[in-house]
Design a protein. Structure first.
Length: 169
């Protein structure tokens, strides 16, 4: 098993949880990855692409490290969530936006790039992937209220994320 993150602190946390035997590295998804060509059968890219304005280089690198026929499983915030939270904005435009969060009594500003669904699927196919599956699971009924979106109200379900299973050529 291998993994990387742009944050040294996150790599350290993963190493604490997974042990020293796991190949964990500090690397930037927007730069060439520190892995050989055709190194993996499966790559998981969870909630990272939306931090990038341009997905081309990242998807090209992820495809490069996959063996022929390998799979990329990617998750992103569902683009509808942007429309739900920013109803006065243009869903169809590539838009940078920021949100304030509190993590253990510390404030943080996270900056994202919203893109409509067709821009996501176009980026995947332009990078040479075929789309094997798209799913939009609801949250688990066991999810604590404090982990749900603040404006979710009394809903029992809300589409928060999209999961793509992509096949390398």
């Amino acid at each position: 098993m291998s993994g990387f993150d742009v944050s040294t602190a996150m790599v350290d946390l993963a190493r604490e949880r997974l042990g020293e035997q796991t190949d964990l590295r500090v690397a930037d998804l927007g730069e060439p990855l520190p892995y050989d060509d055709n190194a993996f059968d499966v790559v998981v890219c969870s909630l990272a692409l939306h931090y990038l304005q341009d997905w081309s280089a990242a998807l090209t690198e992820l495809r490069r490290v996959l063996r022929p026929g390998g799979r990329l499983v990617a998750s992103v915030p569902h683009p509808f969530v942007y429309l739900f939270n920013y109803q006065d904005q243009d869903y169809f435009s590539l838009t940078q936006y920021s949100e304030d969060f509190e993590f253990a009594d510390e404030s943080a500003v996270l900056t994202y790039w919203h893109r409509p669904l067709h821009a996501m699927t176009d980026a995947f196919t332009e990078a040479g992937f075929s789309i094997a599956a798209v799913s939009e699971p609801p949250w688990s009924p066991d999810t604590p209220n404090e982990l749900l979106p603040a404006n979710a109200g009394e809903r029992t379900a809300f589409v928060c994320f999209l999961f793509f299973t992509l096949q390398a050529p």
